[in-house]
Ligand binder design. Structure first.
Ligand code: ZN
Length: 137
C-alpha cells in the first residue's frame, strides 16, 4: 500500500471540552478545527504535531462506535485508530482485499477534513483499527 506517512492518530475522548486543554498542553498548539461527522456520530477536534495530526473523537450518540469503544474501555477514552495516508484509497482497499485483509468499508467514503477514508478490520490488522485516507484533490 505504501503510505506516505501517518496522517493522524484517532483518540477517543468522553468530552472534547474536558480533553482539549490537555492536548493543547501536550502539543503546544491550539485546536485548529472542530467538525461534526454525522455519518460516524462523532464530533472531532484536530491538533497538529509536525506533519501528523491528532484527531480527538467525542461520540455524539450512544449509538456511535466511539461510544461503544469508550464503554468497552471502562468508560475511558484511548487510542482508537491509526490513519495512513495513501495516494488512492480505492486502490489501497483493493490491494488490502487481495492480500486477504478484512475490510470494514468496501468503498471509500467521506471523513472529517474532506478526506476520502476507509477502515480495515482490526481482526486482520494485528488488533489495530487501521484507517486509510486520501487527501482531497
Ligand atoms: Zn481518523
Amino acid at each position: 500500500m505504501k503510505p506516505s506517512h501517518i496522517e493522524h492518530l484517532g483518540i477517543a475522548v468522553t468530552s472534547l471540552e474536558e480533553a482539549m486543554p490537555f492536548f493543547e498542553f501536550l502539543t503546544g498548539s491550539k485546536c485548529y478545527s472542530i467538525e461534526v461527522v454525522e455519518d460516524q456520530k462523532v464530533k472531532t477536534a484536530f491538533f497538529k504535531v509536525g506533519e501528523v495530526k491528532i484527531e480527538l473523537l467525542e461520540p455524539t450518540s450512544p449509538e456511535s462506535t466511539i461510544a461503544k469503544f469508550i464503554e468497552k474501555n471502562g468508560g475511558r477514552g484511548g487510542v482508537h485508530h491509526v490513519a495512513f495516508n495513501v495516494e488512492n484509497v480505492a486502490e489501497a482497499l483493493a490491494e488490502a482485499e487481495a492480500a486477504g485483509l478484512q475490510l470494514i468499508d468496501k468503498a471509500p467514503r467521506k471523513g472529517a477534513e474532506n478526506l476520502m477514508i476507509a477502515f480495515l478490520h482490526p481482526k486482520s490488522t494485528k488488533g489495530v483499527l487501521t484507517e486509510l485516507c486520501q487527501q482531497p484533490k
